[in-house]
Unconditional design. Sequence first.
Length: 456
Amino acid sequence: MELGTHALALLPLVLVASLAMFLQPAVATHGMPRPSGGFSLRLVPSAGWNSTMHVDGGGFLHLNEQAATTALRPHVHGPRGLTYSVATTVGTGRGRRTYDLVLDTVSSLTWMQCLPIAHPFPQMPPPFNLEISTSFRRVPHGSNLCHKPSRGNECEFRATRLDGAHASGVLGTETFAFADDGGRAAAAEVGGVVFGCAHIATGFHGHGVLAGVLGLGKLMPSLIWTRLRQHRQDGRFSYCLFGPTRPERHGFLRFGADVPATGHMKSTNILYMRWTSPDFSAYFVKLLGVSVAGKRLAGPPGRHMVDLFQRHKSGGRWYGGCLIDPGTGTTMMTQLAYNVLEHAVEEHVKRLGTPLVRHHGYRLCFSGTTQAAIPHLPTMTLHFEEGGEDDGDLVIRPQQLFVFVQHDICLAVVPSEHMTIIGAMQQVDTRFVYDITAGKIHFAPERCSNDTGGPN
């Protein structure tokens, strides 16, 4: 279930963020514990953000083309743009360390580099040493979480990300803590978290900071299911992705009772998938169609748009489908659907008198877009299967649909070989609530910068 490296090489954004977590509830703004069952993860942009991009007064993203292209050289397999990470303290005693782990809603398995590690990728701090943490416990060899067959008496894991990055090693349980007040005081601990100690990792690009992955997929042993099992909480988590802001600001990934109310939100059903695994347990949804500037797009000759987003099996492998993933930088559409979208956007923008130009890494760009033309750029509406009484339309504003490169503007959607992924850029300024037990995803527009705190 890997995406083609050609498609991934087109990802245009460069943002690395870090999170730290604190207790309760939705109205808490300073991370102080409250008598409730919720907790929040703090979301912080990296210091390198403003050197490569900024947001103008109209809310559009501007990229420094040279910096972005350099960062997206061909050997980078993973989506670097709009990558969010969770600042997670792992272990106890002398082995206790805090790491930035990629926020991943596709995988249910948390993993990170551990000593000894063959050919380690750079990270800060150095890889976790399980031998000096007093709370680390190996998962029994006979557990159904072990990869079969395992060698010797170790419970092995093997995980593959959508970008093709691979990790393998041994499974253990450990105490995870999520720091308050910039890491100076622990506010929440979760014991018995199952995670993979990777002794081999290939294709994972941590940009010198990231140490691994925090899995929030819909299967065991993800963190959300650990909370459900241990604390009988309601199985919800929520985020509201904000764009570039001052480095000291941080947002929140909220859990349990800390999740905002959903009465005003639209929703769609999480699709049940028979063939899933901990390293691919994504939140698939049913995408019925797409509109540009309010006009519903028709499929290519002989095809309906809904068919282009269906999941299907071919040659023993599953393809297609639509999933929502904040860990993918920008939206990717299967080739036929992308072609229809690109044509509709091109026809709309050409009427504004802006000629087509080429930029490395972008399929559709327009030259010299003036301020007068910006208000006439189109929206894109994703029509999801309704999950309640309200319709399931997610309207993506021009500020999330287009990105400025120098003085030109490019469509921030790229084609994919295998599936459609609603990525992070198109989720900015939308609140998402994942309700695992109810099988729904709720969403509503929100100014996500209002759900930030500081200083870091």
